[in-house]
Design a protein around this ligand. Structure first.
Ligand code: ADP
Ligand code: MG
Length: 270
């Protein structure tokens, strides 16, 4: 069995849709492509975990943080739990990641490689490992970019996003130079699209910024995700977009999310 594709979902800005994209793309990879998927929640806020698991993780149960903390013998396999959807597992994030981060920073060696090492033993268990990230450019994001083979950016079409992506680009270049020379940027997903004149202007600016900072990396305007409360409501209620009551949300799952998941998996057809 080939090793899993490992993809980090990134943007240091909060609220742009990383978690939403991670959940929707992971679901589509399972449902539309039959992939075995692991979602790794690197965010101390743990929103991804909260949305994807049926019952809260009991206090005291090991989580992702324990598997990346130096000098523990907790393995990633021990912390993985099933999600609300068959075929999709979760390595639960949450606030203990903040403590773990401080311990990783204090470690003498291998700070940037904790997640890569934790993931290595389970690469054969999955087709796709999606890493959701915190809204910072800190060591946890660097760990994700070192662990990943590819990164997918998620952005809104707002005024500051072009600058934000340029900053993220610097982090990616540093990760390539020092730790992970083959890290590839798959492309950028536009989320929260309203189709206003300012959205279009900002998308043009992002696209120009990307051409400058990430030549050849696509901004997928054809697969943009609209700003619809139905997206939030379904995810918050644990309903997959492909099973939403609203027909337009199911169409979005089929026409936008599914091709994006195919791009991630390197597959265009089921
Ligand atoms: N396309 C969308 N339409 C409506 N609400 C959205 C959309 N994308 C994200 N949201 C909501 O916006 C908030 C932030 O999104 P989230 O995915 O958590 O962003 P991030 O992980 O980048 O911080 C969440 O409440 C989410 O449900
Ligand atoms: Mg998030």
């Amino acid at each position: 069995m080939a090793d899993a594709e490992v993809i980090a979902i990134a943007n240091q800005k909060g609220g742009v849709g990383k978690t939403t994209a991670t959940i929707c793309l992971g679901r589509s990879a399972v449902r539309d492509y039959g992939a075995r998927v692991l979602v790794v929640d690197m965010d101390p806020q743990g929103n991804t975990t909260g949305s994807l698991i049926r019952t809260p993780i009991p206090a005291g149960q090991v989580r992702l943080a324990d598997a990346i903390t130096p000098d523990t013998d907790v393995t990633l396999r021990e912390v993985i739990v099933p999600s609300i959807w068959d075929g999709l597992d979760v390595a639960p994030g949450g606030h203990t990641l903040s403590v773990a981060e401080r311990k990783v920073i204090a470690a003498e060696y291998g700070r940037e490689h904790r997640l890569r090492e934790a993931i290595a033993p389970v690469l054969g268990d999955y087709d796709l490992i999606l890493i959701d990230n915190p809204p910072t450019l800190g060591l946890m994001l660097i760990n994700s970019l070192v662990a990943a083979r590819k990164t997918m950016l998620v952005t809104e079409a707002d005024k500051w996003s072009a600058d934000g992506l340029a900053l993220l680009g610097k982090t990616i270049v540093n990760v390539r130079n020092y730790h992970n020379p083959h890290l590839e940027i798959l492309g950028a997903v536009v989320n929260g699209w309203r189709g206003t004149a300012s959205d279009k202007r900002n998308a043009d600016e992002i696209s120009q910024g990307m051409a400058k900072h990430f030549p050849g990396v696509p901004l997928w305007m054809e697969y943009r995700i609209p700003l619809w409360t139905g997206i939030k409501d379904n995810i918050d209620n644990g309903v997959a977009l492909d099973q939403a009551k609203e027909a337009k949300i199911r169409v979005l799952a089929a026409d936008v999310i599914r091709p994006l998941a195919g791009l991630m998996l390197g597959r265009t057809t089921v």
